[in-house]
Design a protein around this ligand. Structure first.
Ligand code: NAP
Length: 248
Protein backbone atom coordinates (compact mmCIF):
# COMPACT_ATOMS: atom_id res chain seq x y z
CA UNK A 1 0.00 0.00 0.00
CA UNK A 2 1.34 3.42 -0.95
CA UNK A 3 1.50 6.22 1.58
CA UNK A 4 -1.38 8.40 0.32
CA UNK A 5 -3.92 5.62 -0.23
CA UNK A 6 -7.47 6.78 0.56
CA UNK A 7 -6.58 10.49 0.42
CA UNK A 8 -8.12 13.07 -1.90
CA UNK A 9 -5.81 15.81 -3.16
CA UNK A 10 -6.76 19.04 -4.92
CA UNK A 11 -4.03 20.46 -7.16
CA UNK A 12 -4.66 23.92 -8.63
CA UNK A 13 -3.19 24.62 -12.07
CA UNK A 14 -2.67 20.95 -12.87
CA UNK A 15 -3.10 21.09 -16.65
CA UNK A 16 0.56 21.81 -17.35
CA UNK A 17 4.05 22.14 -15.92
CA UNK A 18 4.70 21.75 -12.20
CA UNK A 19 1.03 21.24 -11.25
CA UNK A 20 0.70 18.38 -13.72
CA UNK A 21 3.81 16.67 -12.33
CA UNK A 22 2.50 17.12 -8.77
CA UNK A 23 -0.88 15.58 -9.66
CA UNK A 24 0.82 12.54 -11.23
CA UNK A 25 3.30 12.12 -8.36
CA UNK A 26 0.57 12.30 -5.68
CA UNK A 27 -1.38 9.70 -7.68
CA UNK A 28 1.70 7.47 -7.69
CA UNK A 29 1.62 7.93 -3.90
CA UNK A 30 -1.94 6.56 -3.89
CA UNK A 31 -4.11 9.71 -3.74
CA UNK A 32 -7.14 10.39 -5.92
CA UNK A 33 -6.73 13.74 -7.64
CA UNK A 34 -8.98 16.76 -8.20
CA UNK A 35 -7.40 18.47 -11.19
CA UNK A 36 -8.04 22.20 -11.39
CA UNK A 37 -7.23 24.30 -14.47
CA UNK A 38 -8.46 27.49 -16.05
CA UNK A 39 -8.56 27.01 -19.82
CA UNK A 40 -6.30 24.16 -20.98
CA UNK A 41 -8.89 21.35 -20.97
CA UNK A 42 -6.77 19.15 -23.23
CA UNK A 43 -3.81 19.46 -20.87
CA UNK A 44 -6.04 18.68 -17.88
CA UNK A 45 -7.45 15.60 -19.65
CA UNK A 46 -3.91 14.40 -20.31
CA UNK A 47 -3.08 14.83 -16.59
CA UNK A 48 -6.23 12.85 -15.74
CA UNK A 49 -5.17 10.06 -18.11
CA UNK A 50 -1.77 9.83 -16.38
CA UNK A 51 -3.40 9.81 -12.92
CA UNK A 52 -5.60 6.91 -14.06
CA UNK A 53 -2.53 5.10 -15.46
CA UNK A 54 -1.02 5.48 -11.97
CA UNK A 55 -4.04 3.55 -10.68
CA UNK A 56 -6.01 6.41 -9.11
CA UNK A 57 -9.18 8.36 -9.82
CA UNK A 58 -9.07 11.79 -11.48
CA UNK A 59 -11.73 14.50 -11.39
CA UNK A 60 -11.64 17.67 -13.49
CA UNK A 61 -12.80 20.94 -11.92
CA UNK A 62 -12.18 24.00 -14.09
CA UNK A 63 -12.28 27.29 -12.20
CA UNK A 64 -10.39 30.56 -12.18
CA UNK A 65 -8.36 30.93 -8.97
CA UNK A 66 -8.28 34.70 -9.44
CA UNK A 67 -12.03 34.77 -8.76
CA UNK A 68 -13.18 34.54 -5.13
CA UNK A 69 -16.70 33.57 -6.18
CA UNK A 70 -15.52 30.80 -8.54
CA UNK A 71 -13.31 29.37 -5.77
CA UNK A 72 -16.20 29.37 -3.30
CA UNK A 73 -18.58 27.63 -5.70
CA UNK A 74 -15.98 25.11 -6.87
CA UNK A 75 -14.88 24.02 -3.39
CA UNK A 76 -18.50 23.62 -2.27
CA UNK A 77 -19.02 21.35 -5.28
CA UNK A 78 -15.81 19.39 -4.61
CA UNK A 79 -16.77 18.86 -0.93
CA UNK A 80 -20.26 17.74 -1.93
CA UNK A 81 -19.14 15.37 -4.70
CA UNK A 82 -15.93 13.98 -3.16
CA UNK A 83 -16.97 14.12 0.50
CA UNK A 84 -13.61 15.36 1.75
CA UNK A 85 -10.36 17.08 0.87
CA UNK A 86 -7.21 15.81 2.58
CA UNK A 87 -4.46 17.53 0.62
CA UNK A 88 -4.48 20.94 -1.04
CA UNK A 89 -1.64 22.01 -3.30
CA UNK A 90 -1.86 25.71 -4.18
CA UNK A 91 0.15 25.67 -7.38
CA UNK A 92 -1.66 27.81 -10.00
CA UNK A 93 0.33 30.90 -10.85
CA UNK A 94 1.04 33.45 -13.57
CA UNK A 95 3.54 36.15 -14.39
CA UNK A 96 2.88 39.65 -15.78
CA UNK A 97 6.36 41.10 -15.87
CA UNK A 98 7.23 44.79 -16.04
CA UNK A 99 9.73 47.02 -14.30
CA UNK A 100 8.09 48.64 -11.31
CA UNK A 101 8.29 52.17 -12.68
CA UNK A 102 6.14 51.10 -15.64
CA UNK A 103 3.98 48.48 -13.95
CA UNK A 104 0.26 48.98 -14.49
CA UNK A 105 -2.15 48.54 -11.57
CA UNK A 106 -3.87 45.77 -13.59
CA UNK A 107 -0.56 43.87 -13.89
CA UNK A 108 -0.01 44.18 -10.15
CA UNK A 109 -3.56 43.23 -9.19
CA UNK A 110 -3.99 40.13 -11.36
CA UNK A 111 -0.70 38.60 -10.17
CA UNK A 112 -1.55 39.25 -6.51
CA UNK A 113 -5.05 37.83 -6.99
CA UNK A 114 -3.97 34.75 -8.94
CA UNK A 115 -0.79 33.92 -7.02
CA UNK A 116 -1.52 35.10 -3.45
CA UNK A 117 -5.21 35.78 -2.71
CA UNK A 118 -6.06 32.39 -4.24
CA UNK A 119 -3.81 30.69 -1.68
CA UNK A 120 -5.76 32.29 1.17
CA UNK A 121 -9.16 31.57 -0.41
CA UNK A 122 -8.49 27.94 -1.41
CA UNK A 123 -6.89 27.20 1.97
CA UNK A 124 -9.81 28.74 3.84
CA UNK A 125 -12.18 26.61 1.76
CA UNK A 126 -10.57 23.30 2.84
CA UNK A 127 -9.84 23.91 6.53
CA UNK A 128 -13.22 22.74 7.88
CA UNK A 129 -12.98 19.41 6.04
CA UNK A 130 -9.44 18.87 7.37
CA UNK A 131 -10.49 19.76 10.93
CA UNK A 132 -13.37 17.30 10.69
CA UNK A 133 -11.10 14.47 9.56
CA UNK A 134 -8.33 15.45 12.00
CA UNK A 135 -5.71 15.31 9.25
CA UNK A 136 -4.63 17.67 6.52
CA UNK A 137 -1.82 18.91 4.30
CA UNK A 138 -1.68 22.32 2.69
CA UNK A 139 1.30 22.80 0.38
CA UNK A 140 1.88 26.16 -1.28
CA UNK A 141 4.13 26.68 -4.28
CA UNK A 142 6.16 29.83 -3.79
CA UNK A 143 9.36 30.73 -5.71
CA UNK A 144 13.03 31.52 -5.26
CA UNK A 145 12.06 34.97 -6.57
CA UNK A 146 10.14 35.61 -3.33
CA UNK A 147 13.47 35.23 -1.49
CA UNK A 148 15.98 36.97 -3.74
CA UNK A 149 13.84 39.28 -5.92
CA UNK A 150 14.03 39.57 -9.70
CA UNK A 151 14.02 42.77 -11.80
CA UNK A 152 10.71 43.06 -13.67
CA UNK A 153 8.84 40.81 -11.24
CA UNK A 154 7.98 42.99 -8.22
CA UNK A 155 4.33 41.84 -8.42
CA UNK A 156 5.33 38.16 -8.64
CA UNK A 157 8.02 38.45 -5.93
CA UNK A 158 5.59 40.22 -3.58
CA UNK A 159 2.98 37.50 -4.09
CA UNK A 160 5.49 34.69 -3.61
CA UNK A 161 7.03 36.29 -0.48
CA UNK A 162 3.47 36.83 0.79
CA UNK A 163 2.83 33.11 0.45
CA UNK A 164 5.67 32.44 2.89
CA UNK A 165 4.20 34.68 5.62
CA UNK A 166 0.77 33.17 5.02
CA UNK A 167 2.16 29.62 5.20
CA UNK A 168 3.89 30.21 8.53
CA UNK A 169 0.85 31.88 10.08
CA UNK A 170 -1.61 29.21 8.95
CA UNK A 171 0.85 26.53 10.10
CA UNK A 172 0.77 28.03 13.61
CA UNK A 173 -3.03 28.26 13.56
CA UNK A 174 -3.49 24.59 12.57
CA UNK A 175 -0.46 22.87 14.12
CA UNK A 176 -2.34 21.40 17.08
CA UNK A 177 -4.98 19.89 14.78
CA UNK A 178 -2.76 17.50 12.84
CA UNK A 179 -2.82 19.77 9.78
CA UNK A 180 0.54 20.85 8.40
CA UNK A 181 1.09 23.85 6.15
CA UNK A 182 4.31 24.11 4.19
CA UNK A 183 5.70 25.69 1.05
CA UNK A 184 7.93 24.50 -1.76
CA UNK A 185 10.07 27.13 -3.50
CA UNK A 186 11.19 26.07 -6.97
CA UNK A 187 14.14 27.78 -8.61
CA UNK A 188 14.39 27.70 -12.40
CA UNK A 189 12.22 24.84 -13.70
CA UNK A 190 11.61 23.92 -17.35
CA UNK A 191 7.92 24.71 -18.03
CA UNK A 192 5.82 26.94 -20.33
CA UNK A 193 6.31 29.76 -17.80
CA UNK A 194 10.10 29.77 -18.21
CA UNK A 195 10.02 28.86 -21.92
CA UNK A 196 8.58 32.34 -22.43
CA UNK A 197 11.78 33.96 -21.10
CA UNK A 198 14.09 35.71 -23.57
CA UNK A 199 17.38 33.87 -24.33
CA UNK A 200 19.47 36.41 -22.42
CA UNK A 201 17.36 35.98 -19.26
CA UNK A 202 17.64 32.17 -19.54
CA UNK A 203 21.43 32.37 -19.86
CA UNK A 204 21.74 34.69 -16.89
CA UNK A 205 19.48 32.45 -14.75
CA UNK A 206 21.45 29.36 -15.69
CA UNK A 207 24.69 31.08 -14.65
CA UNK A 208 23.21 31.48 -11.14
CA UNK A 209 22.61 27.74 -10.65
CA UNK A 210 25.55 25.96 -8.96
CA UNK A 211 24.34 22.58 -10.29
CA UNK A 212 24.56 24.03 -13.80
CA UNK A 213 21.25 22.80 -15.16
CA UNK A 214 17.56 23.68 -15.14
CA UNK A 215 15.24 21.65 -12.88
CA UNK A 216 12.30 19.50 -14.00
CA UNK A 217 8.70 19.69 -12.72
CA UNK A 218 9.26 16.20 -11.24
CA UNK A 219 11.98 17.62 -8.94
CA UNK A 220 9.36 19.88 -7.36
CA UNK A 221 6.69 17.16 -7.32
CA UNK A 222 8.95 14.82 -5.29
CA UNK A 223 9.21 17.42 -2.51
CA UNK A 224 5.43 17.92 -2.52
CA UNK A 225 4.80 14.16 -2.28
CA UNK A 226 7.13 13.95 0.72
CA UNK A 227 5.40 16.86 2.50
CA UNK A 228 2.01 15.25 1.84
CA UNK A 229 3.06 11.97 3.44
CA UNK A 230 3.08 10.92 7.08
CA UNK A 231 6.89 10.85 6.89
CA UNK A 232 6.63 14.66 7.05
CA UNK A 233 4.16 14.70 9.96
CA UNK A 234 6.52 16.73 12.22
CA UNK A 235 7.31 19.37 9.58
CA UNK A 236 5.15 22.49 9.46
CA UNK A 237 5.62 26.16 8.58
CA UNK A 238 8.67 25.33 6.47
CA UNK A 239 9.87 26.10 2.97
CA UNK A 240 11.67 23.40 0.98
CA UNK A 241 13.87 24.98 -1.68
CA UNK A 242 14.21 23.01 -4.92
CA UNK A 243 16.64 25.08 -6.94
CA UNK A 244 19.94 23.35 -7.73
CA UNK A 245 21.64 25.56 -5.14
CA UNK A 246 20.52 28.85 -6.70
CA UNK A 247 19.60 30.20 -3.24
CA UNK A 248 20.99 28.71 -0.04
P1 NAP B 1 2.77 27.02 -16.19
O1 NAP B 1 3.48 25.96 -16.95
O2 NAP B 1 2.55 28.35 -16.81
O3 NAP B 1 1.35 26.40 -15.71
C1 NAP B 1 0.50 27.20 -14.95
C2 NAP B 1 -0.71 26.39 -14.51
O4 NAP B 1 -1.53 27.25 -13.71
C3 NAP B 1 -1.57 25.91 -15.67
O5 NAP B 1 -2.10 24.66 -15.34
C4 NAP B 1 -2.67 26.96 -15.73
O6 NAP B 1 -3.93 26.49 -16.20
C5 NAP B 1 -2.84 27.29 -14.26
N1 NAP B 1 -3.44 28.60 -14.06
C6 NAP B 1 -2.95 29.81 -14.42
N2 NAP B 1 -3.82 30.77 -14.06
C7 NAP B 1 -4.88 30.16 -13.49
C8 NAP B 1 -6.10 30.60 -12.93
N3 NAP B 1 -6.41 31.90 -12.90
N4 NAP B 1 -6.97 29.67 -12.44
C9 NAP B 1 -6.67 28.36 -12.47
N5 NAP B 1 -5.52 27.88 -12.99
C10 NAP B 1 -4.64 28.78 -13.50
O7 NAP B 1 3.50 27.32 -14.80
P2 NAP B 1 4.55 26.45 -13.95
O8 NAP B 1 5.90 26.87 -14.35
O9 NAP B 1 4.18 25.03 -13.95
O10 NAP B 1 4.29 27.09 -12.50
C11 NAP B 1 3.51 26.45 -11.51
C12 NAP B 1 3.75 27.16 -10.19
O11 NAP B 1 5.14 27.09 -9.86
C13 NAP B 1 3.39 28.64 -10.22
O12 NAP B 1 2.83 29.03 -8.98
C14 NAP B 1 4.73 29.30 -10.42
O13 NAP B 1 4.75 30.62 -9.93
C15 NAP B 1 5.62 28.39 -9.62
N6 NAP B 1 7.04 28.47 -9.98
C16 NAP B 1 7.47 28.11 -11.23
C17 NAP B 1 8.83 28.19 -11.51
C18 NAP B 1 9.41 27.79 -12.84
O14 NAP B 1 10.62 27.96 -13.03
N7 NAP B 1 8.64 27.26 -13.75
C19 NAP B 1 9.72 28.65 -10.55
C20 NAP B 1 9.25 29.01 -9.30
C21 NAP B 1 7.90 28.91 -9.03
P3 NAP B 1 -4.37 26.65 -17.76
O15 NAP B 1 -3.39 25.82 -18.49
O16 NAP B 1 -5.74 26.10 -17.83
O17 NAP B 1 -4.25 28.10 -18.09
Amino acid sequence: MTELQGKIAVVTGASRGIGKAIAIELAKGGADIVINFKSDKKGAEDTAQKVIEAGQQAFLYPFDVSSASEIKTAFKKIQKEQGRIDILVNNAGITKDNITVLMKPEEWDIVIKTNLSSVYLCSQAVIKSMLKHKWGRIINITSVVGFIGNPGQSNYAAAKAGIVGFTKTLARELASRNITVNAVAPGYIETDMTAALPDEARKSLLAQIPMGYVGKPEDVAAAVRFLASDNARYITGQVIHVNGGMYM
